[in-house]
Design a binder for this molecule. Structure first.
Ligand SMILES: Nc1ncnc2c1ncn2[C@@H]1O[C@H](COP(=O)(O)OP(=O)(O)O)[C@@H](O)[C@H]1O
Ligand SMILES: [Mg+2]
Length: 375
């Protein structure tokens, strides 16, 4: 575990970048440092691998003061990933990834084999091994940066806004990939971002910093969103923190119904049976085609082109209550469509039912919190 005890960094020009920061960074979890630009995130991260030396306070790694450890030993135990990946432009991808193992004296063969193995781990095609960084997309370069940091299998990974320079879609992919990788590897990760959505998505615990390098709150994302410590944190979380919090609740608990779901070749009886005004029509494979009012439907003559769009479906269990609510809000009928991984309809759920599930999830969280504080 990494423990920071009242750590302060005052730069020579008098700027206090970090002010008496105390943090217990849990093992094998992702701890996120988040806050506005200039609040001391990078400085904090760099003090952990001694690229910056603190002015006061101590940092312990597994109970030992990092000041007492040789810098080289310390850095070997910590992979470091930065924005834009910071790759060596004149080296191939495989040699970039093999950098640290080579420095540690591994033979060329073994280092390259390790690099190729890591490329696969981070979702890079082995065919890219001989390319140079400029021949890769931003997202691919960022994956190389992660692979390089993991090459010598360090227990700790320090990541400074690693995904900030790529577009939102690629960014989401990289975040998902990091979570998947972390499930496999179980590193102790300290991750810096200025993006609160990213912090909430990937953090096991989130430290919110404010100007002057002071800690505003250190809590799991759910607690941050339900109980912001003060007005600064509340403001930083944004006006839609209630909606955002729903992303932490699974949609698994939603009760789906297949009553209003009918096939394209539905009989007059099937069209007449459901007691809802709107029916969802599916194709022969069970994939959604669209909604219709019952009175618009004639057995044997249902035309897909005349159906109302069903919005974006959600996958129960995989998607959050936020995604399910979004589907219902986007749907012209107010009903969200649930599908399986293959896109086949597993049922539908109304806005009201989602609202009830949200209230139940909140009540359950509150009950859990009460159990935790009880002696
Ligand atoms: N080498 C330095 N010398 C003087 N001031 C610095 C130096 N590096 C950073 N700072 C200042 O320290 C503060 C925190 O910087 P930084 O840790 O980079 O913040 P963040 O990563 O949160 O944007 C800022 O006010 C910045 O201008
Ligand atoms: Mg920074």
């Amino acid at each position: 575990m990494i423990r920071m005890d009242s750590v302060t960094k005052r730069y020579p020009d008098g700027t206090v970048a970090v002010d008496r920061l105390s943090l217990e960074i849990p093992d094998r979890a992702i701890t996120v440092l988040v806050g506005p630009s200039g609040c001391g995130k990078t400085t904090t991260l760099r003090m952990i691998n001694r690229m910056v030396e603190p002015s006061a306070g101590t940092i312990l790694l597994d109970g030992e003061d990092i000041q007492r450890q040789p810098v080289t030993t310390l850095r070997r135990s910590m992979g470091y990933v930065i924005q834009n990946a910071g790759l060596f432009q004149h080296r191939t991808i495989v040699d970039n990834i093999a950098t640290v193992p080579r420095m540690l004296g591994w033979g060329r063969q073994r280092a390259r084999a390790r690099a190729v193995e890591l490329m696969e781990r981070v979702g890079l095609d082995a065919g890219l091994a001989k390319r140079y960084p400029y021949q890769l997309s931003g997202g691919q370069q960022q994956r190389v940066g992660v692979a390089r940091a993991l090459a010598a299998d360090p227990p700790v990974l320090l990541m400074d806004e690693p995904f900030s320079a790529v577009d939102p879609v690629v960014r989401k992919g990289l975040q998902d990939e990091l979570l998947r990788l972390q499930d496999e590897l179980g590193k102790t990760i300290v991750f810096v971002t200025h993006d609160i959505d990213e912090a909430v998505k990937i953090g096991t615990k989130v430290a919110v910093l404010r100007a002057g390098g002071r800690l505003a709150q250190f809590a799991p994302p759910a607690e941050l969103l339900s109980d912001p410590a003060d007005a600064f944190v509340e403001d930083f979380l944004g006006a839609d923190r209630g909606i955002r919090r729903l992303s932490l609740f699974s949609s698994r608990s939603l009760e789906l119904t297949t009553d209003p779901v009918i096939p394209l070749d539905a009989t007059a009886e099937q069209i007449g049976a459901p007691d809802t005004p709107h029916l969802l029509v599916t194709d022969a494979e069970g994939r959604p085609l669209g909604w219709s009012e019952r009175r618009e439907l004639t057995a044997g003559d249902i035309r897909p082109g005349r159906l109302l769009p069903y919005g974006r479906p959600f996958v129960p269990g995989t998607d959050s209550l936020r995604a399910a609510l979004d589907c219902a809000v986007l749907s012209p009928t107010g009903w969200a469509v649930a599908v399986d991984a293959d896109g086949r309809v597993t049922g539908v759920v109304s806005q009201q039912a989602i609202g009830a599930a949200i209230r139940a999830a909140h009540a359950e969280r509150r009950a859990e919190a009460e159990v935790e504080v009880a002696p």
